[in-house]
Design a protein around this ligand. Structure first.
Ligand SMILES: Cc1cc2nc3c(=O)[nH]c(=O)nc-3n(C[C@H](O)[C@H](O)[C@H](O)COP(=O)(O)OP(=O)(O)OC[C@H]3O[C@@H](n4cnc5c(N)ncnc54)[C@H](O)[C@@H]3O)c2cc1C
Length: 460
């Protein structure tokens, strides 16, 4: 079957490239296909129901990470419009273009069900100053918070609009990509082969290992990337309310006194829930929240992360992060939860201590001891940061604050790309989190729009 453009992966990167291709194709009769190993949106179900299935059973294709909407489908739907975090797209396309693309994505989201959601801004000197006075640095961003529920509605609308113009192949894992002698590419899905002139690989984190193999076979150079390791903090929502009411998400960076490491807050979810995340069979922790007040919890959660980029002699930063996550899976059967008070006293948390805690966990994790899992340097940095945050949000360092571990943000190796996000193999583009260039909804989506426009410009 012959297509003009084949997109592998129906996450935000893939969806927005398909959207832009068909919207801007005008009279060009463009045949576009999207291949996705996961399911259509409405069939995506994680079997964990909190009753019969309490923890991850490692499905062959994880419904949280895969399917229409990609890893972002059940996310908090926070679209950060900024070059300060979420990826380095601006290094390829320029700072202004990157922001313009993110604003364009925001407009499309608003036009597909996101209207009425709030755009927060960190351009606020009062909170910024309060942070600076306490050795903390608040990063600049505008944040569109769709919430898990509205994010889902936007995806439903986008799919409804695209389904008649794009061929979607769900439950279809692309096994390999090969170059055609006559130009273009062959996409292999089991025994079936599809061909195209241009191919966009948008396989996200879950497709990282697969993408490594594709790059190797097509001799596309790659570089190792960093890994972020840490914990998810959960505490009563009141403690951070003065920040979250005004900014929704605050990205705060702290340099530790002990090792001068940078620790940062990540993915803040006011009144949210803590969830499991399964990446290639390894269970880590994440969080999200709903726009609908009826689904709000009493807690706020956010991650505290430390970046590690290993180089010589061992350069597999992700492998290092994976080993730490595996250790927590080995000791806890999945994610471990510990009270901050237990951690600093050097004792494990038990079922009884968690039950008696004033903070009720929103994730059924195994009570345990994170100091048996996390490297000392990282854990010391996290403890120091919790005390620093306690100065701007008193109560953060309470004994009952819950820490879930481990949270790992894996970054794909960086694929060598030119300023069009094209590889050295002409007509083969790598976008979104899979490229190592982006690690957020807004940057991944923006990279999809950018490549689609470039392909349309270069078509005869
Ligand atoms: C729980 C959670 C909450 C999050 N919250 C936020 C947030 O609030 N804000 C934010 O900015 N970011 C958030 N993120 C991160 C965000 O979801 C990602 O940055 C974003 O989804 C990346 O988009 P992508 O298109 O590059 O990749 P993905 O969304 O990962 O999509 C890639 C798709 O490719 C498919 N695929 C992979 N390999 C193959 C193959 N060989 N064949 C066929 N299909 C394949 C996968 O099944 C997947 O559906 C969150 C992530 C998680 C897991």
């Amino acid at each position: 079957m012959e297509y003009d453009v084949i997109i592998v992966g129906a996450g935000p990167g893939g969806i927005f490239s398909a959207y832009e291709l068909v919207k801007r194709a005008e009279k060009k009769d463009l045949r576009v296909a999207v291949f996705e190993m996961g399911r259509p949106l409405e069939q995506r179900r994680c079997p964990i129901d909190g009753k019969k299935v309490k923890s991850c059973i490692r499905c062959p294709v994880c419904s949280i990470m895969s399917g229409f909407g990609g890893a972002g489908a059940f996310s908090d739907g926070k679209y950060n419009i900024t070059n300060q975090f979420g990826g380095t797209l601006y290094e390829y396309v320029g700072k202004q273009e990157a922001l313009d693309l993110m604003r364009y994505v925001d407009e499309i989201n608003l036009a597909h069900g996101g209207e009425g959601t709030r755009l927060y801004s960190t351009a606020n000197t009062r909170i910024k100053r309060m942070c600076l006075e306490n050795g903390l640095h608040l990063l600049d961003a505008q944040v569109r918070h769709l919430g898990t529920d509205i994010n889902y509605v936007v995806l439903e609308h986008l799919y409804a609009e695209l389904k008649d113009q794009v061929d979607f192949f769900f439950n279809t894992t692309v096994t390999s990509v090969t170059r055609r002698e006559s130009g273009g590419y062959e996409i292999h899905a089991g025994d079936t082969v599809y061909s195209c002139r241009d191919c966009i690989l948008s396989v996200g984190r879950s497709g990282s290992k697969w993408l490594e193999g594709v790059c190797e076979s097509l001799e596309i150079p790659t570089r190792s990337n960093r890994v972020d390791i840490g914990v998810r903090v959960e505490l009563p929502a009141e403690i951070f309310a003065h920040l979250t009411d005004e900014l929704y998400e605050s990205k705060i960076v702290y340099r530790t006194e002990k090792f001068e490491d940078l620790v940062r807050t990540f993915c803040m979810n006011p009144h949210g829930v803590v969830v499991n995340e399964n990446t290639n069979g390894i269970v880590t922790v994440n969080g999200h929240s709903y726009e609908d007040p009826a689904k709000h919890t009493e807690n706020t959660n956010f991650a505290l992360l430390v970046s590690k980029h290993l180089s010589v002699p061992f350069k597999d930063s992700n492998g290092y992060g994976e080993s730490i996550a595996r250790l927590s899976n080995m000791l806890g059967g999945g994610v471990i939860v510990q009270r901050f008070g237990d951690l600093v006293r050097g004792r494990r948390s038990t079922e009884a201590r968690i039950r008696e805690s004033f903070v009720t966990p929103t994730l059924a994790a195994t009570p345990g001891d994170l100091s048996l899992v996390m490297p000392k340097r990282i854990l010391d940095g996290i403890i120091e940061m919790i005390h620093a945050l306690d100065k701007i949000a008193p109560g953060t360092a309470n004994d009952d604050t819950l820490l879930y571990g481990v949270e790992v943000k894996f970054y794909n190796m960086e694929v060598e790309l030119d300023s069009n996000l094209e590889t050295c193999s002409s007509g083969l583009y790598v976008i979104g989190d899979g490229s190592g260039v982006t690690h957020s909804l807004s940057h991944a989506s923006a990279s999809g729009v950018y490549v689609a426009r470039h392909i349309l410009e270069t078509r005869p």
